[in-house]
Design a protein around this ligand. Structure first.
Ligand code: ASP
Length: 349
């Protein structure tokens, strides 16, 4: 049983399909204002809790999300932290996994729920998934343990009846209502007749933890997705380009890439030039193990670090955060293989 009587929730509206309407002039979906969302979901008024809202201006399609939005979200949550029991962020689905991953790193010492949600169909549509997503997210943000502490003091995504750890999530369905998955971690909760929490997976902060925000982000990260036929020029442009401090190498299977000497030599050269190189598998499920095949071992020997079972979204956000925190690449590397916010299964490394 949870005690929701005194809960106060801040609903933060950034944009996304959930609050969009068809513009008759060109038939594209454009955002509309928050009061209309509430009009569409009278169910929210049935909860015995105080619900406030904050609307971003301008509202955006999440394809336009920049780290600046994450910084604004972090500051907003920090400034309102003592006034609320939990936060629900309405956000477009396209980059929700990036934003949830980023916020998980930027909010250190979080002891309250920050739940991202959205929808595949606008909330005004008869078959919308937005209502259920929004109502359940608010309920989860307000849920408490018997001792009065928040049920889920983490940054999460709630979608299609599932509560997922934000930095484990990925959008893997462009059209279905089950848009998100956390392939390497079971849901933290599932909503049926009642909401069932998977208590053993939920990370509980140290009681004395205080929220601090990390708003310095270094975004100089490139992503190299290996594929058959990739040219030497493309590999060297991406690995050695002067614009990046780190490169995520998206590899095959358990962390394998091309074994040809030109590829391995380019990776070694990138390492010599001081780049931070992180191996993330292209497979949604499973993890990197560079000891398994000679092609993986060659990467390890060339200075590439294992991303374990991290998602690309989370790896990117973690690099932004770590590189923003320090100019010392050795320190960044030492943190990459650590689980800082439950983003990797440590035992798999
Ligand atoms: N393009 C939209 C967005 O990410 C899609 C959505 O919300 O589902 O903002």
């Amino acid at each position: 049983m949870t005690d929701e009587r005194k809960s106060q929730i801040l609903l933060i509206y950034t944009g996304g399909t959930i609050g969009m309407k068809k513009d008759p002039s060109d038939h594209t979906l454009k955002p509309f204002d928050f009061s209309q969302i509430l009009k569409e979901v009278p169910e929210l008024t049935k909860f015995a809790m105080k619900l406030d809202s904050f609307t971003f201006d301008p509202l955006i399609d999440s394809s336009d999300v920049e780290p600046g939005l994450w910084q604004q979200l972090a500051v907003l949550i920090k400034n309102r932290y003592n006034d609320y029991d939990g936060f629900v962020i309405l956000h477009g689905t396209d980059t929700m996994a990036y934003s949830a991953s980023a916020l998980s790193f930027m909010l250190e010492g979080l002891s309250k729920p920050v739940i991202f949600t959205g929808s595949q169909l606008p909330i005004g549509e008869p078959r919308t998934d937005g209502k259920e997503n929004l109502v359940s997210s608010v309920e989860i943000a307000a849920a408490k343990l018997r001792d009065g502490s928040p049920m889920v003091p983490e940054v999460c995504i709630f979608f299609d009846s599932k509560l997922l750890r934000g930095n484990r999530s990925t959008k893997d369905n462009a059209t279905g209502f089950n848009a998100f998955r956390s392939p390497n971690l079971p849901p933290l909760a599932e909503a049926g007749i009642e909401i069932r929490y998977n208590q053993s997976l939920i990370i509980r902060p140290d009681r004395k933890a205080e929220l601090s925000i990390h708003n310095e982000l270094d975004t100089r990260v490139a992503i190299l997705k290996v594929h058959p036929g990739i040219t030497q020029q493309v590999v060297s442009d991406t690995l050695l380009g002067s614009g990046s401090r780190a490169v995520i190498i998206e590899t095959y299977g358990s962390g394998n890439a091309i074994s040809r000497p030109w590829f391995v030599e380019t990776v070694k050269e990138a390492d010599r030039r001081g780049k931070i190189l992180l191996n993330v598998t292209q497979c949604p499920q499973g993890d990197v193990n560079m000891e398994l095949y000679a092609t993986g071992k060659a990467l390890k020997n060339a200075g590439v670090l294992s991303g374990g079972d991290v998602t690309t979204e989370s790896a990117l956000a973690k690099l932004f955060f770590l590189m923003g925190a320090s100019s010392d690449n050795q320190w960044v590397k030492s943190q990459l293989e650590e689980s800082l916010r439950g983003e990797i299964s440590k035992q798999l490394l």
